[in-house]
Design a protein around this ligand. Sequence first.
Ligand code: NDP
Ligand code: 2IT
Length: 448
Amino acid sequence: MNGKQYVEKVLEEVKKRNNGEVEFLDAVTEVMESLVPVFDKNPKFIESGILERITEPERQIFFRVPWVDDNGDVKVNRGFRIQFNSAIGPYKGGLRFHPTVNQSIVKFLGFEQIFKNSLTGLPIGGGKGGSDFDPKGKSDNEIMRFCQSFMAELYKHIGSDIDVPAGDIGVGGREIGYLYGYYKKISGQNTPGVLTGKGLTFGGSLIRTEATGYGLVYFTEEMLKANGTSFSGKDVVISGSGNVAIYAHEKATELGAKVIAMSDSSGYIVDLNGINLDVIKDLKEVKRARIKEYVNIVKDSKFVEGHRGIWEVKCDIALPCATQGEINKDSAEILVKNGVVAVSEGANMPSSLEAIKVFQSAGVLFGPAKAANAGGVACSALEMSQNSMRLSWTREEVDEKLKDIMVNIYKNSSDAAKEYEMEGNILAGANIAGFLKVAEAMHAQGIV
Ligand code: NDP
Ligand code: 2IT
């Protein structure tokens, strides 16, 4: 069986077994299509059934999360943790609290995480979790009670050498604090390495908050440099206005770019003078307000309802940092028509498979999520190292390590693309480089 036949055969089985899980199947298809030449060159991976095994989670945990709201009403949400692959280290990946969370979403995120974590060069396996709980409009006490109920089940399955969750959409420093406090109480263990993204007073790492956004910009700058350009003087559009978007704005601005549009799920703002990040931080990090309030504070800015329209704002660089599926084929065509030079993904799977094809055939530089947004989990792994050593590195030390990791991810992805005769295709290169390390580890460990 050659590489193409093997990939087609396994893809067929995966589609049958995971029927209807659109996001998961998209993520698997994207990775597997890049791997055909890898199997032609390494038939041993076919013999040891790497694809059949890597596409099936090692363990999936679904659980009830009951909690009581401020009115005394009982609410029930569903909790998920997918322990996808432990070949190169403990399961590692975030928790997402958002009403859209379901089995397919958690599985696509966990699957992506396997390759992303491998690309960081650090010893972390792939996992992901979350709940269909909606944190919007909830009081701090409701958030705390929910986090405690969620952890009351999750704690049985995690540990600093087993599975190490962190944040994602709807889970930030506040939630990680509540989750950690309750873990400690019911497990009786003070092992900070069980969660990352912790507060700085109880084992958190400097730069973890900034890491995904900063890392995205470090990676993208490297991609731009390799193509004779840079962020300097560029107009940038960033979707979202959460953790990733805010720190992508901060670093892109530091490198001389101007961020002219940002969004939340209600709509987007445009400020051609450059969006004032202090205002955004105050609205989003402190007040947990909606982005449309920006226009009441900063004159000459505008708000447009609906989040998809943001891609109609003419820009040189687009950084999707909100959620999956936010750039479809039509949006991609508009970006290309308006002369976009680079699209680099802060969110996980923000571009549809069709949108990616539009960028690639137009020669747009494309930074795929699993490479471009790996800075967050990389810094989480640095947090785990500091926790193990019971030491903390300075801001400068962590930032330097983060930058090196992102530069290496670009280099390894670019080199792998070249080696497999797809020069310039960073998507294929990232899939191949991420896969090879995990596949070697799985092969060496036998059929488990
Ligand atoms: P946050 O919860 O901090 O922010 C999410 C942002 O995206 C908000 O502005 C939110 O708007 C917007 N958003 C969420 N869902 C939708 C939707 N369905 N339509 C439009 N806008 C939406 O999350 P993060 O910044 O942490 O995560 C953003 C993306 O980055 C996700 O894809 C995540 O998986 C990915 N990521 C995060 C990492 C991390 O370390 N945090 C690491 C790597 C990737 P609203 O407030 O209106 O919901
Ligand atoms: O998608 C991601 O990489 C994250 N949400 C970060 C995971 C982590 O463990 O820091």
